[in-house]
Design a protein around this ligand. Structure first.
Ligand SMILES: Cc1cc2nc3c(=O)[nH]c(=O)nc-3n(C[C@H](O)[C@H](O)[C@H](O)COP(=O)(O)OP(=O)(O)OC[C@H]3O[C@@H](n4cnc5c(N)ncnc54)[C@H](O)[C@@H]3O)c2cc1C
Length: 409
């Protein structure tokens, strides 16, 4: 019995929950409970994954090309007329050991779903597929007993419970010391659209230089107007057949009721009004978007602890931050990687001490990345962005992190 697999329960099938399942399945039996349907938590727009996340995913069978990932080769700063002010080529792979990939969020989640649930006969995939149980909300959790209560009244016992129920977590209060923590608004609003390359070509004739495949050189472009502050970050996704445009500005007072969700529809007219000082082609491209999503960006103050008994909170439920560094999901993947420390045959006491160890490594790092992300909201110059990138991307997983702290695995 000493080598028996653990039964790992994961709450939530967002990016954090699926990444956790992808790591845990290597040695354990995994069940993921998701309150929504299989398409929950996707959203159609873009996201970027940095080498710290990609290195970990590559080790569990991730295939960036299946996710339509476009490798980023640097940043460009442009003015609101699309004129390049600064070009910073970056060789992510050479410098940090893996590509930075720009992807459609739904493509990325599909690929995470594959590595969590594919048979071990697929290249790079190990262990038993995780079992996903949809339309099944978890309403309570007993961290000491290792049980969860489902909406239908049944109670399920696991050896370890990973709580990945997102920024508006209802379960973290069972784990975290002190009063219930809630996410707060940051004062920034983001519209996002994903526009097909073909449609943009038809609409504007010649694509702008920042989009044209011959000239864009796989850059992540940041177009900025300083007064009033308006930023459009744009980058290619889905093998360059689409482009994500993320349009950031200080929150309008009138609209403070929007909760963070992947599905909130934005008002296209409001987006066009807000970004009317950008050049004609950019405005035209925004105007042909068929789906406009909006977020009043929120974040969570650092928590005093992430574990209790047999339960650990990870992902946005533990450390939600704004996308200004593009590190939220990367942090969730790093959290997931730390679950490698759980090995078959562990007793309840062993599990508790491993979760404590994970907390001691992961929580301070996530707190620093949150603080760096906050700093970038004050100023989004490329130099500041680059200064934190070494810290973020040099992460090589939990074993090396423990060694650096003088702790054994
Ligand atoms: C606009 C925007 C852009 C972003 N861009 C980037 C980027 O480029 N790069 C990056 O690294 N990060 C980015 N992020 C951050 C990243 O999206 C998040 O960090 C990540 O999605 C968090 O995943 P999660 O699984 O923790 O939470 P979620 O994706 O919110 O998933 C939580 C899941 O739990 C389920 N759930 C909730 N409660 C229960 C319950 N009681 N029982 C069962 N299931 C439950 C939900 O239905 C959901 O499926 C961005 C965030 C935003 C808002």
């Amino acid at each position: 019995m000493s080598e028996s697999k653990l039964h790992a329960i994961v709450v939530g099938s967002g990016l954090a929950g699926l990444a956790a399942a992808s790591v845990l399945r290597i040695h354990h039996n995994v069940t993921v409970y998701e309150r929504g349907n299989p398409n929950v938590a996707t959203g159609g727009q873009g996201m970027v994954l940095f080498p710290n996340g990609i290195k970990i995913l590559n080790s569990v069978g991730f295939d960036g090309s299946r996710a339509g990932g476009v490798p980023c080769h640097g940043y460009r700063m442009l003015d609101n007329d699309g004129k390049v002010l600064e070009d910073i080529p970056i060789d992510f792979k050479h410098r940090w050991g893996a590509d930075m990939l720009m992807m459609k969020r739904s493509d990325f989640r599909d690929e995470l779903m594959r590595i969590a649930t594919a048979p071990a006969t697929e290249p790079g995939i190990e262990g038993e597929p995780a079992r996903l149980v949809f339309n099944t909300g978890v309403v309570d959790l007993d961290p000491e007993a290792g049980t969860i209560s489902l909406a239908n009244g049944s109670v399920v016992k696991g050896d370890v419970i990973i709580v990945a129920d997102g920024i508006h977590s209802t379960l973290r209060k069972r784990i975290v010391d002190g009063e219930d923590r809630v996410a707060k608004k940051t004062g920034l609003t983001l519209f996002r659209v994903a526009v097909p390359t073909k449609d943009a070509q038809e609409a504007v004739g010649t694509l702008p230089e920042w989009w044209d495949d011959g000239q864009d050189e796989n850059r992540l472009n940041i177009m900025q107007l300083d007064d009033p502050l308006r930023v459009i970050a744009n980058y290619p996704i889905r093998q360059k057949t689409y482009r994500n445009l993320s349009c950031l500005f200080p929150m309008h007072k009138a609209r403070q009721d929007i909760l963070e969700t992947w599905y909130k529809d934005g008002d296209k007219e409001e987006m066009l009004r807000t970004f009317d000082a950008f050049d004609e082609k950019t405005r035209k491209i925004l105007s042909i978007a068929t789906e406009v999503k909006v977020w009043d960006l929120e974040e969570l103050d650092s928590l005093p602890n992430w574990h209790r008994g047999r339960a650990l909170v990870i992902g946005d439920a533990a450390h939600a931050m704004t996308p200004l560094q593009g590190q939220g999901a990367n942090m969730a993947i790093e959290d997931a990687d730390s679950l490698r420390l759980l090995v078959p045959g562990m007793s309840g006491g062993d599990i508790e001490s491993i979760l404590h160890k994970i907390d001691s490594i992961r929580r301070p790092r996530a707190a620093k990345v949150l603080q760096d992300t906050r700093n970038q909201a004050k100023s989004v110059t490329l130099q500041e962005r680059l200064a934190t990138m070494d810290y973020n991307c040099n992460y090589n997983g939990i074993h090396e992190a423990l060694q650096k702290e003088g702790l054994s695995s």
